[in-house]
Design a protein around this ligand. Sequence first.
Ligand SMILES: C[S@@+](CC[C@H](N)C(=O)[O-])C[C@H]1O[C@@H](n2cnc3c(N)ncnc32)[C@H](O)[C@@H]1O
Length: 232
Amino acid sequence: MSKEEEKKLLELFNPKNKKILDVGCGDGRYATLFAQLCQEYVGIDISSDLIKRNLWNNKYQNVSFYEANIVSYKPSMKFDIIILSLSFHEIDIKEQGLALMNMLNLLNDDGKIIILDPSLSTDSFQALWNIAYENFKYFNHDYIVQHTHDVITKACDDNLCRIVCKDKLDIPFYFSKLKDVCDMIAEDDDFSLINWSEKDKEILSRLLKDFIKKENDITLFDKLDITVLEKR
Ligand SMILES: C[S@@+](CC[C@H](N)C(=O)[O-])C[C@H]1O[C@@H](n2cnc3c(N)ncnc32)[C@H](O)[C@@H]1O
């Protein structure tokens, strides 16, 4: 985790003695940050492989991991903090509303839901990925990101929750040349089914060059929106 991200999270809430639920915990990187500070950390993910790996690697008594879908997850305890880092927009688009309702039910009365998701800004790292998605996967990632904003707005309009804080986090990524950016995209899991031909790589490189307008010493910002919610 980048220092910027760590600092921002600790600024947003004090994990001391809190019960934390990490939804879509991935490789459990937040467990390491919070384990020694919080009372309890629970990480859930729909990926059984990730959960098995996290359980295998875990060395903290107050940390547990479960394979679960947040839409139907019904633990016996409630949480002070529910965090979703880059995972809210990955929940099935038809189920994001239900997922938010379930999370509000899992929250203590003074608890907070903290959502970090890609921003829609056109000068971001995400915009670069969008170019690759649109040209090689034929889907519009911004549509999904916008949908998460709409789900949150609707829940607020329905008086289920309210936004208590909005913030931004820009995480810099440094590349020494454009080819490294192309390789990173071509090697990402999202594009693993594409059998990249030289021609495909040339097209990708041209598209990225138009966007980045630089060949060397490239800095790209992963721009994230942070939304903090409380229930009403
Ligand atoms: C981009 S990863 C983010 C991982 C981690 N939070 C991080 O910041 O490194 C999104 C994760 O959300 C998980 N996920 C997607 N839909 C989910 C759901 N309905 N319930 C639980 N986890 C889900 C995916 O399996 C994936 O591991």
